[in-house]
Design a protein around this ligand. Structure first.
Ligand SMILES: N[C@@H](CCC(=O)N[C@@H](CS)C(=O)NCC(=O)O)C(=O)O
Length: 203
């Protein structure tokens, strides 16, 4: 399998899970501005939306969309217990979290990286993020991880998107349970190895 990635972006969640699951993989770094990969590929021919992550499962077979990739990776190695089995209520709960992260958090952060976005629009997204963090805070005050006691692919994804607060100068200090969660995830060897491989500072 080959992961198309850009350092520190949402593709880091897939990278972490590849390592957590102990899968064999290679990586090709994508320049998301030019849509060229380090191996010289035209990324738009691989992933028509031009965004990472994209997972080449085998030559010519590519899966896009982070939450789908994360679930495929978890399902490839059931023994790693990174996602409950398909068809169970727990699996739907995991999908609920993945959807919450992707639509309510990931995509509220995205406009904050755009220089052309007006400051007052950015302030609205920061306010919305704060409301979502309040809900996460209450959940993580009672649970070590999103799914309760067991770490899952949703935790890797939440860790990655909340990491962006640091890049943007948004303080997470008031959300102490969220910070405790982030520290637990940051301490995982797979997370540290993935971040180091992408040239990122430890969270
Ligand atoms: N819906 C996609 C969104 C992926 C996405 O937003 N990727 C960002 C990095 S976090 C990206 O590659 N942006 C570059 C672009 O859109 O041109 C997913 O969930 O996988």
């Amino acid at each position: 399998m080959k992961l198309y990635y850009a350092p520190g972006t949402c593709s880091l969640a897939s990278h972490i899970v590849l390592r957590e699951a102990g899968l064999d993989f290679t990586m090709d770094k994508v320049d998301i501005a030019t849509k060229r990969s380090a191996e010289g590929k035209d990324f738009l021919a691989i992933s028509p939306n031009g965004y990472v992550p994209a997972l080449e499962i085998e030559p010519g077979l590519v899966l896009t969309e982070g939450p789908a990739i994360l679930q495929l990776l978890a399902d490839r190695v059931p023994g790693a217990q990174l996602a409950p089995p398909s068809g169970t209520l727990e699996r739907y709960q995991l999908q609920s979290w993945l959807n919450f992260i992707t639509s309510e958090i990931h995509k509220a952060f995205s406009p904050l990286f755009k220089p052309q976005m007006p400051a007052d629009a950015k302030a609205l997204f920061v306010e919305q993020l704060g409301q979502r963090f309040d809900v996460l805070e209450r959940h993580l005050a009672r649970n070590d991880y999103l799914m309760g006691e067991r770490y899952s692919i949703a935790d890797a994804y939440l860790f990655v998107v909340t990491n962006w607060a640091g890049y943007l100068g948004i303080s997470l200090d008031k959300w102490t349970a969220l910070n405790g969660f982030r520290a637990r995830v940051a301490a995982r060897p797979a997370v540290q190895a993935a971040m180091a491989a992408e040239g990122l500072k430890a969270a």
